[in-house]
Design a protein around this ligand. Structure first.
Ligand SMILES: [Zn+2]
Length: 308
């Protein structure tokens, strides 16, 4: 049996996992990202965790998934959203320290690879992964291969416009898909509805703070305001899903990200608006998709090594 180490670096937590060659996660761990302490401190934590894992398993190689921009050779993290990384040569640093090959990819592509090779998209020649989080990301498999684009970062699924007169997006456009269907957008919609309906269950649930789960908690308690928020949100999300369905005509569309832990509840709200409801599912790997995808990056090593 061979073992592969996957790292999923997020703004709040860093997850690690060891995947066996039979795609079984034999080890997993998670620790807080010390963003305020800076990139050196985060790298120290990562190296300490890797050293521990290398003491437990004979690791073939390391895969790293991270949000944000990579350099053209996929060896450095140029900038990463709310993480304090600036041109961090993470591939070289880990390679020098642990003496194995290291591969770097963005978190959306890692989720796609996990669902395609080890999840519900197994065997698909064409699939789309939509990761719904702070923003919306993901990726596509087209004709049995990862779609990369000439700039090597195709799959920014959050930035096609669904309302040209809509909200301004950080990317410079107006009305991007992620402005309406990300977890950030759902939280904003939840907050607005709670303020407008101060006596609702949703308002009571929101009183101690709003996150992606608040509206689902209120809905579970029978709140009609929460039901309206979810129906409206689902319509936005379905608009984007249908657009991608038309463009890529995939066999399967996988939805990932924290909100998708709600599983069937999300699908129930989405179905009435979907073009092909039977094609759309939530990831079966949930919180593990990031580490599994990172641990599977070696399968594309020819591609990554060709970039260097
Ligand atoms: Zn945008």
């Amino acid at each position: 049996m061979k073992y592969y180490l996957g790292l999923d670096i997020g703004g709040t937590n860093i997850k690690t996992g060891v995947l066996s060659s039979s795609h079984r996660l034999v080890y997993k761990n998670s620790f807080p990202t010390r963003s305020a302490a800076g990139e050196n401190a985060i790298m120290e934590d990562i190296c300490a965790e890797c050293a521990k894992v290398f003491g437990m398993y004979k690791i073939e190689c390391i895969g790293v998934g991270c949000p944000g921009d990579k350099d053209d050779a996929n060896v450095s993290i140029v900038a990463a959203g709310n993480l304090p990384f600036r041109d961090l040569p993470i591939v070289r640093l880990l390679k020098e320290r642990f003496g194995v090959e290291v591969y770097l990819e963005n978190d959306g592509s890692c989720a796609l690879i996990a669902d395609w090779l080890a999840g519900a998209g197994k065997g698909c020649t064409d699939m789309v992964e939509i990761t719904v989080g702070t923003g919306i990301g993901g990726g596509c498999v087209v004709n049995g291969d990862l779609m990369r684009g000439v700039t090597n970062d195709a799959g920014e699924l959050g930035h096609f416009v669904i309302d040209p007169r809509g909200e301004k997006c950080a990317c410079g456009q107006k009305g991007c898909f992620e402005k309406y269907a990300s977890a950030t957008a759902l939280i904003k919609q939840t907050r607005a509805a709670a303020q407008k309906n101060p006596r609702s269950v949703l308002a009571a649930e929101s009183s101690s703070g709003v996150d992606g789960r608040t509206v689902f908690n209120a809905y579970a308690k029978g709140c009609p305001v929460a039901k309206r928020v979810l129906a409206k949100y689902a319509k936005y999300l379905a608009t984007g899903i249908n657009g991608l369905d038309y463009i890529f005509a995939p066999q399967y569309i996988s939805l990932a990200g924290g909100i998708m832990n709600q599983g069937e509840t999300v699908l129930k709200f989405l179905r009435p608006y979907l073009l092909h409801p039977q094609k759309v599912g939530v990831t079966t790997l949930h919180g593990d998709a990031g580490v599994i995808g990172a641990a599977l990056l070696w399968k594309f090593k020819k591609y990554y090594l060709s970039l260097r």
